[in-house]
Design a protein around this ligand. Sequence first.
Ligand code: NAD
Length: 476
Amino acid sequence: MTTSHYIAGRWVEGQGSDCISVNDPALGQPFAELMAASAAQVDQAVAAARGALPAWKATSASERAGYLRGFAEQLGQRREALISVQMRNNGKPRHEAEIDLDDAIATFNYYAELAEQLPSKNREVPLAAPGFTARTRLEPVGVVGLIVPWNFPLVTSAWKLAPALAAGCTVVLKPSEVTPLVEQAYGQIADSLGLPAGVLNIVNGKAETGAALSNHTGLDKLSFTGSNSVGSQVMRSASAQCRPVTLELGGKSAIVVFDDCDVDQAVEWIVAGITWNAGQMCSATSRLLVQDGIAEALLPRLQAALERLRVGNPLTEEVDMGPLTSQAQWLKVASYFATAREEGLQCLAGGKALDRDGWFVSPTLYADVPNDSRLWTEEIFGPVLCARRFATEEQAIAEANDSRFGLVATVCSADLARAERVADALEVGHVWINSVQAVFVETSWGGTKGSGIGRELGPWGLSAYQSVKHVTRCLG
Ligand code: NAD
């Protein structure tokens, strides 16, 4: 892996002041280092993207589709290397690293298809008034800054890069400093495909580099995925320049289990929704709402299922769940264990860090958590599940919606009419019925309320990088 920055079609060493340590979370030890990009290098990357824009937006949609298919194909050719680096740097179990890679490949193929359909989207607009014609033109937004987090690095970047390039935008991508290696592949693929220099630039760095990009006056749009605290800073810099921003932020999502469910099936869904990626998912279903009639049967089986999970180093052991990806995240999750003890919460499973090297915690379950507890209301971003009971459908909907976030929810019920009704009433961007964390590239991704602004994936993800122009002509 090349551990540096890709600017104007060239690999360059970082000239910033921060040294980034790349860690293996299963050992709690660094295995690579790189120097962050300086503010001047961020400038160079934005200038390169600006310089490349006129020619790139003038390429035919089918030419751009060809490049996107090339990205998909070459991701596949790098399969083993990309899976290994995610396992090592993120601590992902192999099957999860494979799913991430397949998701990124599917995203590039999907937006290649949408790019090919672009010419047919420009059309005449029928007017009621006589004497005029009007037509639309979907144009690229321009130069876009893309800032992403560490939990699904290949995927989050693909969800931004593929539609942005399909639309005809040029980009500067800033990966997370926690996982700066895997996205180097996008620069290497751009190189090997002969993507015109400056169309895709990658600058690595910490908050300072991110801020240099999000404050840059040379951008036409910024698309950010990450925490609410940084998201609000990014929004402030966008507002200072009155430019558009897409924000994919945090969540505290509910999983609602009605008493007509098969208990074992429900346990499987609940466990997956909180332990995939060690719970480090914006869409983790971390608030369990369980109906009174099933709670007594479900909670002991859920406790047993969580305790059975094999937690360990994905590179050397057969595991269901790996470590947390960073020491900072491990300390944060441990601080919530301490809060739970102070609040006197009833802990049915876990509630502690593992006594071994690396940043491991046990899958955790707290029962009958008060709805004003910090563990019920705040995003923890770890395998920590809080449960409450409910009696009626109305109560379940009210409790699920009682959150400042609104990213996703899961509804489990054998009564499909009820499940659909509840899905319609939930104030979130995506609801799964009798399934969990199933994300398809054709459906939208994004949240309501504090979970963000805008949508990724599907045609909505492409629209986020397009601007609508109308040309109206007087016939007289
Ligand atoms: P983070 O906000 O700390 O960092 C995200 C990115 O922003 C990183 O690249 C970071 O270097 C950069 N950054 C940090 N400070 C910055 C600043 N001042 N200006 C500009 N950029 C800056 O988030 P994280 O810890 O990497 O990721 C976890 C968060 O991401 C969670 O809250 C999670 O819910 C959220 N997330 C949301 C989605 C979604 O689709 N809604 C997906 C994945 C993760």
